[in-house]
Design a protein around this ligand. Sequence first.
Ligand SMILES: Cc1ncc(COP(=O)(O)O)c(C=O)c1O
Length: 397
Amino acid sequence: MNQPKDLPPATDLHLASRLAEIEPFHVVTLVTRAIELQSQGRDIVNMVIGEPDFPTPPAVVRAGIEALRHSQIRYTPSLGSTDLRGKLRGWYQGRYGIDVPESRIAVTSGSSAALLLTMGVLLSPGDEVMMADPSYPCNRHFVRAMEGRALTVAVDADTGYQLTAELIEKHWSPRTVAVMVATPSNPTGTLIPPDEMKKMHAVVRRKGGVLIVDEIYHGLTYGFDAHSALEFADDVFVINSFSKYFCMTGWRLGRMVMPQAYVPHIEKLAQNLYISNSDVAQQAAIAAFDAETLELLEENRAKFQQQRDYLLPALRDLGFDIPVEPQGAFYIYANCSRFTDDSFVFCRDLLENAGVAVAPGIDFGQHHAAQHVRFSYPKPVPVLQEGVRRLREYIKA
Ligand SMILES: Cc1ncc(COP(=O)(O)O)c(C=O)c1O
C-alpha cells in the first residue's frame, strides 16, 4: 500500500527517550514462547509465571456474576468503592489488629497501578528510588516511566537478598527520595524481619524520604503470618493486591494504604489516569473476605507450602545453590552457575529442549543475574516432580 505523501514512513517512529531504558519483561517473553510451544502440542512444565494456578474463589466469581446480572456497571469513585474500602479496613483490623481509616485506603487496577500512582506523586525528574537488586522488574520501570531513576543496590544471601537499614544509610544520595522494598520478595521469597523494617523506616524518615513497602505476598508465608509496616508506621505507602493470596490476577484489582497527606494527590492522579477501577471486579472482591473464601485461601496456602517443601530440597539435590530458605511468596531464587554461565541462554535452552519454563535472573536486575534463575512453584506436586525429572535429564545430558 502506498503511504500518503504528507505522512512520515511507518518506520519513522516518534519514540519517547524513556523507552530506551525500559527493558522487556523477559518472563512474559518466555511465557509467550511456552504458550506457542504448547499450541504446537508440546507439553511444557511452566514454572515461569508468577501466579497461583488455583481458580478465583467461587464466592468471588458468584459475586461478580451477580454484579453483572443485577447492577449497572458504572464508574466508581477513583479511589475505589466505599463498600470495598470498608471491607479492607475490616481486613486490616482482623488480620493485623490495626485501624486504618478508609480515607487512607485506595483500590487500584492491580497493585501495578498503586505502584505507578505512588511514583507519580513522589517523583520529579531525576529523583531516585532505592531498591534491591534483585527485585521485581517492573519497579525500576515504573520509576523510569515517571521520570525518576532507580537506584539499585546489590544484595546477597547475607541480608536475605533484602535491603537493610545499613545499606540504605550507605547508598542514600542527595537525589534519593524513596526506598522501595517487597516482603516477601519477588524473586527470592525472603522477608524483612520486623525489627529491621523498623530500623529501615527510621533511617528513611531521618533522611526525609518515603518508605514504600510492597506486601503483595502477605498471606503467602509458611508457618507464620507476616507483619505489616502499618503496625508501626502511618507515614509509609503499603502496596497490596487481590492478585496473589486471593487468586485474582486477571481481575486486575490492587490496593494501597497511603499517608493521609498524600490522599488528594493520589486521588487526583487516579482520576486523570484511569477514572475508576473495574466496577465488576470491585463488587466481586467484596466476597473475598467471606469466611468461606478465607477458609479456602488458607487451604491454598497449605498447598503452596507443600509445593515449596517438595521443590526446595529437590532443586538443591540437583545442584542448584539456594543459600536462604524462601519463607514466603511462591518463588525459589536459585544459583545455577554449576550448569551455565548465562542463565538467559540456560532458560531458553531448557524451554526449547526440555520443555521446562523458568525465569532468568536478568529480569530482576544485574547483580549475579547470569548465575541465577527463578522457579515459580504454584503447581501441583506431580507437575513439579515432572519438572524436576526433566531438569535432571537435561543437566545429565
Ligand atoms: C512484588 C510484586 N509487586 C507487584 C506486582 C504486580 O501485581 P498486580 O498488578 O497483579 O497486583 C507483582 C506481580 O508479580 C509482584 O511480584
